[in-house]
Design a protein around this ligand. Structure first.
Ligand code: PMV
Length: 371
């Protein structure tokens, strides 16, 4: 499985004798699920399969420096800066994550990590910042392990491992490893499994022009975390039906993507976005995350689709912000619609589209690039 680097013969089970210092750096995108993951079991495994678009503009750029721990130091996270500032809440979550990975990544017991992270979009507002952050971090950790061992996995295995590790930080993060679309979960057909995502590439060329204009209705911290949302599915009377419906919808979506049925795609995306919020309304502790402006945007998207007869849709994650989905070929009409009708309803609009997946940031680490 292991390919030695530069002729060094290594045994993957041995640990390095001398720990070196180094720095690795990855940029990783957020993703938006068309069929949603909502409900989990066991070690962050999904109750149903999900399929997402990997974005381009919404990225986390992460740099991780590692060094052997000093005699009086505790191993693990030494410092964490988000947009140049210390963020205790994020630091605690990452510390906890790293602690949980000790059995999988032996080096975490012997090194100190200094992490710097930056986002190109607001965090904790329903744009999946945890997806881009944990996928970037998982990639950095896999890279550090390889640096320390002087050996590298084949690219496919490296990404699969990073996807598994990212999943443990935030379920949806496992999908950010792959572009242009990613499928996570055993959907009953194809090679897809529950413990990591895989790329979904059988798509009609029309879908390569997919755009996601993210209407930020409220960029503040959302009142219900996705962890609580997943938990509430446990007592939700509709849970069983939901999981079966979601798996069926993923299979439908796979066919739609292959055949280029852009109108069906938009319809399914809207239905899933609304289903997610419907599930919250019928949960044991109902929560209302949509704002009046979110509903107004959804309504306007439906109106615009009717008026201009163009395939236009939306989806919503666990927050008030609406992702407006369209195709490149209709950009002129959509750009005017966004500017005139939607911009007055939101704080800002992030213009995003299908992206190319994570990228190893050049020149930061010591080993061979993969990006
Ligand atoms: O990855 P988590 O645990 O933050 O869950 C994300 C859930 C949704 O964003 C609402 C849906 C999804 O599949 O991304």
């Amino acid at each position: 499985m292991f390919r030695p680097r530069q002729g060094v013969v290594v045994n993957p089970s041995t640990e390095p004798k001398v720990l070196e210092e180094g720095r690795v750096s990855w940029s990783s995108p957020s993703n938006i699920a068309i069929v949603k993951y909502w409900g989990k079991r066991g070690e962050q495994l999904p109750q149903n399969a999900s399929l997402s678009l990997t974005l381009s503009a919404s990225q986390t750029q992460m740099r991780v420096s590692y060094a052997p721990k000093g005699p009086k130091e505790s191993p693990g996270l030494r410092s964490f800066l988000f947009q140049g500032l210390e963020k205790e809440r994020f630091k605690a979550r990452i510390q906890n994550y790293l602690h949980g990975l000790k059995d999988r990544l032996g080096f975490l017991d012997r090194v100190c990590l200094d992490i710097e992270s930056e986002n190109t979009f607001p965090h904790s507002c329903g744009v999946a910042s945890s997806a881009s952050a944990f996928s970037a971090l998982a990639l950095c950790l896999c890279e550090i392990q390889e640096e320390l061992m002087g050996a590298s996995l084949p690219r496919e295995d490296f990404f699969r491992k990073a996807s598994c590790l990212a999943r443990l930080g935030s379920g949806s993060a496992c999908r950010s490893l792959y572009a242009p679309l990613a499928l996570w979960g055993n959907v009953g057909q194809g090679p897809f499994v529950d413990d990591h995502a895989l790329p979904f590439r059988e798509i009609h060329p029309d879908f390569l022009g997919l755009r996601d204009d993210i209407c930020i209705v409220d960029g503040g911290v959302k009142p219900v975390s996705s962890s609580l949302g997943h938990e509430l599915m446990e007592g939700n009377p509709w849970a069983k039906i939901r999981y079966a419906t979601a798996n069926r919808r993923v299979r439908q979506l796979m066919d739609i993507l292959k055949s280029g049925e852009v109108w069906d795609f938009m319809e399914l995306a809207c239905a899933e976005g609304m289903a997610l919020h419907g599930l919250m309304w019928v949960s044991p502790r109902p929560s209302l995350l949509l704002k009046p402006a979110s509903l107004a945007i959804m309504e306007k998207v439906i109106e615009c689709r009717r008026r201009h007869k163009i395939p236009l849709g939306f989806t919503v994650d666990a927050g008030p912000n609406v992702h407006v989905l369209s195709l490149d070929r209709d950009r002129k009409t959509v750009a005017a619609f966004l500017k005139e009708e939607l911009a007055p309803l939101c704080e800002r609009i992030i213009e995003d589209r299908l992206g190319e997946g994570p990228r190893r940031t050049a020149g930061e680490g010591q080993g061979g690039g993969r990006g």
